[in-house]
Design a protein around this ligand. Structure first.
Ligand SMILES: [Cu+2]
Length: 137
């Protein structure tokens, strides 16, 4: 009888341990910052370029984003301090970034060139310099 209890305990411990390791692996995977995923459809495959950005007084990080023409671009932007804005007029993007909340922006990089994005909410003395660049190759 004692042996059964011991084996039961061992199995339970291993089970919990296995779950723990599984969860560890999952969290590492989901923390991958900038990733590419490919969406396949019968006609074509579209590449999604995902970037994680932060906004704070008075800069975006990263300040330069490079993608290829035709890419679907997904930006996950979090303001670390006050309310900022993210405006990329060449692709009709303009959103407010509330403090400590992630805002997701998606657009298709359908033309090549260098395009400026900037903060669109007056956020202090450095507001006018709060800019970045999207490069579409
Ligand atoms: Cu601003």
């Amino acid at each position: 009888m004692k042996n059964y209890l011991l084996i039961g305990l061992l199995v339970a411990t291993l089970g919990v341990g296995g779950l723990y390791i599984f969860n560890q692996n999952r969290s590492v995977t989901s923390q991958e910052a900038n990733s590419t995923e490919v969406i396949s459809s019968p006609a074509s495959s579209v590449s999604v370029k995902e970037f994680t950005l932060t906004a704070k007084q008075w800069a975006f990080d990263p300040a330069t984003i490079t993608v290829k023409q035709g890419d679907k671009v997904r930006l996950k932007i979090t303001s670390l301090d006050v309310t900022h804005g993210f405006s990329l007029p060449d692709f009709n993007v303009k959103v407010d970034l509330n403090p400590n909340a992630e805002t997701v922006v998606e657009f298709t990089a359908d033309k090549t060139g260098e395009f400026t994005f900037f903060c669109s909410v007056v956020c202090g003395t450095g507001h006018n310099d709060m800019k970045g660049k999207l490069i579409v190759l």
